[in-house]
Design a protein around this ligand. Structure first.
Ligand code: SAM
Length: 331
């Protein structure tokens, strides 16, 4: 049974950043030169991550998502997948990736026990892809999506962050892929995290709300129909264009924050447990692990993190986390 926090929310989901490094430098996420990477010795080893997941599973956490940085740049990450898939009580093991390295690893990941992937993709135009990511090739991600589908990682979800002037003219094109290709696309509102990267975050201007995205789609493709959701629906609301096999999801962390349903904790690559994505509070698991902490001790720290989960974030009141950019937290 999942543990309830002070506000009655069952905490059953752990997101784990397996590295702070990334092979892309998306303009809204990371500075061009990258950030200062944590030294390797500060990054949790696979055995340490497994101990945390064992402890979490014993406390009723049943869903684990691997993220980063870019999880696929972590050497032998399929081995970690295999180790976590063996942990009793974990019944949903997923990954969020930029897809660049996925075509070569999807099959191995699926065989290791990964259930599904979310792939971040903000544009379907090759030249623009290079500009947004500052170094990636769109064709690699497309090959990654195909490989994930071919490997049976199901469902594959495509996550697009929409920013005015960057890619808002592709909203309808993305929505059409739910009809033409059967993709499951989720539009994510840009959050004011990591904005040191050069783009200016302006509410009512560069930020495109989920409501506005939906209006654009409905104007072009007709009214959306509420859709029942598949595995790991999380904070998104899902719809379908009439006749589409794929779904459209909206994730509106700022305009309609969904903190009242928040079920998650986050583990940073350097072993800090964050009760909330958007608050700087952290509980140090790495020190405990390296001082010989066993599953029981880690469970006590996880309980502390659950107890410290804030009721809600305060982004709407202009409060922002300062300690880390998104790639360091595991967005
Ligand atoms: N490298 C992996 C990837 O690209 O999916 C995992 C880490 S990345 C930080 C996770 C997600 O966070 C990506 O979909 C990215 O677009 C999103 N993201 C980064 N900064 C964001 C921001 N300020 N607001 C909303 N989403 C953001």
């Amino acid at each position: 049974m999942a543990h309830l926090d002070h506000f009655g929310r069952p905490i059953n989901y752990l997101r784990i950043s397996v590295t702070d490094r990334c092979n892309l430098r998306c303009v809204y996420c990371m500075p061009e030169d990258g950030v200062t990477w944590r030294p390797t010795e500060e990054i949790l080893r696979f055995e340490e991550i497994q101990t945390v997941v064992r402890a979490a599973a014993e406390m009723g956490i049943s869903k684990v998502r691997l993220t980063g940085g870019e999880p696929l740049v972590r050497l032998n990450v399929a081995e970690l997948v295999h180790m976590l898939a063996q942990v009793p009580g974990i019944d949903d093991l997923s990954m969020t990736t930029n897809g660049i390295l996925l075509s070569g690893s999807a099959q191995t990941l699926a065989e290791a026990g990964l259930n599904r992937v979310n792939i971040s993709l903000d544009t379907m135009r090759p030249e623009r892809f290079g500009r947004i990511t500052r170094r990636g090739m769109l064709e690699d991600v497309v090959a990654g999506i195909e490989a994930a589908l071919g490997a049976g990682l199901d469902p594959v979800k495509i996550n697009a962050v929409v920013i005015r002037g960057m890619n808002d003219d592709e909203i309808v094109d993305f929505a059409k892929t739910t009809v033409d290709k059967g993709w499951n696309v989720r539009f994510i509102e840009w959050m004011p995290v990591g904005t040191e990267s050069g783009l200016e975050y302006r509410w009512g201007d560069t930020v495109v709300t989920a409501e506005e995205i939906r209006e654009q789609i409905e104007l072009a493709l007709g009214g959306l129909i509420p859709a029942s959701t598949s595995a790991g629906s999380g904070p998104a609301r899902y719809y379908r264009v009439p006749g589409a096999s794929g779904t459209i999801g909206f994730i509106a962390p700022v305009s309609e924050h969904f903190c009242f349903h928040c079920n998650r904790l986050r583990l940073t690559a350097d072993g800090q447990l964050r009760p909330c994505l958007l608050s700087d509070e952290e509980i140090d698991l790495r020190t405990a692990l390296r001082q010989g902490g066993d599953v029981a001790q880690i469970k006590a720290l996880i309980l502390e993190a659950i107890d410290r989960k804030p009721r809600q974030h305060h982004l709407n009141e202009c409060e922002r986390p300062h300690k880390r950019v998104m790639s360091q937290i595991g967005g």
